[in-house]
Design a binder for this molecule. Structure first.
Ligand code: CTP
Length: 410
């Protein structure tokens, strides 16, 4: 057997409505159809008008062995299976590629074509694999729409980074069909966190001073990203709220970019609704600059004074919002590790805290780490290892404590 041959997951008897929307990545949906069928799924393709400009329905009909649905008002198709019936048929509605337009229409609850109507009329899970130009993806309108969908429980797969059809390079490439299939299989799978929604914050925040300067910290985001990937691997649906980093989004993880602590707070409160696990791995700036200058500050004086104001504590606000949420935090300390970490565990009403030494070349922006993990009434040492390995062990511990708490009498 060729070593590179991926294992084919078992999707036998899984029914999937595959929504294909307009974009150059529509051609990859043909391969995705094939891959889903190969895993045993039944696939009903629904194409938007835009998608048909890129690939013909005949292609999908030939691959899926079923007539493709394209219209809400097609009497013959409706007679065979009405759109309400079709909305109830699948185990999953998967939209790949999902254009910026369909994401906006879903976020606003429009029902002006078959695919959007199905999404509105279904009580089945929905997953989307966005594909668009990097600027369209980064646009706050798209990010807000994605956050809305995530808060409603839609799984967002990718997008990935890389070269785009438009010649640009950045985030917005549709996740590869095999990875999409893997994400679909995982959500039907039996990992210890399958069916559990988790939100992870990662990276530094940036607090602006003027249009060109900001205050930040040395966090690289590596630990938070590794943890997001590790939770995903245990079957969780993971949303990563990320400060500025140069890291690639882990496969199958939905990433929402933030800059300031206030933006992180807004995104955290929104995405934590409907989640069961929240992990605060971000190095949130404790203070922001009072009165950010509209113009670049000139060096007119010998001294410059900035007044800083306390930022809200994100993890505490998330805990306040939902007492049932499993909340895990990090404690970055330069002295009295256990004492300070346990202090934060109690003060912030956390379920678990992972403490590490920082400063003098330790932890920040390194590829390895060691953690002391504490929870009410217990603790465990995770000895020095790569951040990926530490993240794997921490994710397993989070899953263990999450289930222990769920099993404990209230
Ligand atoms: N945290 C947060 N919001 C803040 C500050 C911290 O959500 N404004 C979270 C971090 O993500 C981390 C935990 O709180 O999970 C502890 O962060 P840390 O910087 O160690 O502690 P602080 O609360 O900032 O306390 P101090 O700086 O006094 O040590």
């Amino acid at each position: 057997m060729n070593a590179a041959t991926p294992t084919v997951p078992n999707l036998a008897e899984r029914r999937i409505v595959l929504g294909v929307t307009g974009g150059i990545a529509a051609y990859k949906a043909a391969d995705l159809t094939r891959r889903l069928l190969e895993a045993g799924a039944e696939v009903q393709v629904v194409m938007t008008a835009g998608a048909q400009e890129f690939v013909t329905p005949l292609t999908f009909q030939a691959l899926s062995g079923r007539p493709v649905r394209t219209s809400l008002l097609d009497p013959a198709a409706e007679a065979a299976m009405g759109h309400i019936e079709l909305a109830r048929w699948p185990d999953l509605i998967l939209i790949a590629p999902a254009s910026a337009d369909v994401i906006a229409r879903l976020a606003h609850g429009l029902a002006d074509d078959l695919l959007s109507t199905l999404c509105l009329a279904t009580d089945k899970p929905i997953a989307i694999a966005p594909a668009m130009n990097r600027l369209m993806w980064a646009n706050p309108a798209t990010q807000a729409n994605v956050a809305t969908l995530v808060a409603r429980g839609v799984q967002v797969i990718g997008p990935g980074a890389g070269a785009q059809a438009c010649g640009e390079i950045g985030d917005g490439r549709m996740t590869e069909p095999l990875q999409i299939r893997e994400a679909v299989a995982q959500r039907f799978g039996h990992g210890p966190l399958s069916g559990v929604k988790a939100v992870v914050t990662a990276g530094p925040t940036r607090e602006p001073i003027d249009p060109v300067r900001f205050i930040t910290n040395r966090s690289s985001g590596k630990m938070g990203y590794a943890l997001a990937a590790a939770l995903r691997a245990l079957g969780a649906e993971v949303t990563l709220l990320s400060g500025p980093t140069s890291l690639a989004t882990p496969a199958g993880v939905t990433r929402i970019d933030i800059e300031t602590a206030q933006e992180l707070l807004d995104a955290a409160l929104q995405t934590a609704r409907g989640a069961q696990i929240f992990v605060g791995a971000a190095a949130v700036a404790d203070y922001r600059v009072d009165g950010v200058a509209d113009e670049k500050i000139k060096k007119n004086d010998a001294t410059l004074q900035l007044t800083l104001h306390r930022n809200p504590d994100v993890i505490s606000a998330v805990r306040e919002q939902d007492a049932r949420l499993f909340v895990a935090g990090f404690a970055a300390e330069t002295e009295k590790l256990e004492e300070h970490a346990r202090g934060k565990l109690t003060r912030k009403k956390l379920d678990l805290i992972a403490a590490n030494w920082v400063g003098r070349g330790r932890a920040f922006d390194r590829d390895d780490n060691a953690l002391s993990v504490y929870w009410p009434g217990g603790g465990r040492e995770l000895p020095h290892a790569s951040k990926t390995e530490i993240a794997r062990q921490l994710a397993a511990l989070i899953a263990e404590r999450f289930h222990a708490r769920a099993a404990a009498p209230a």
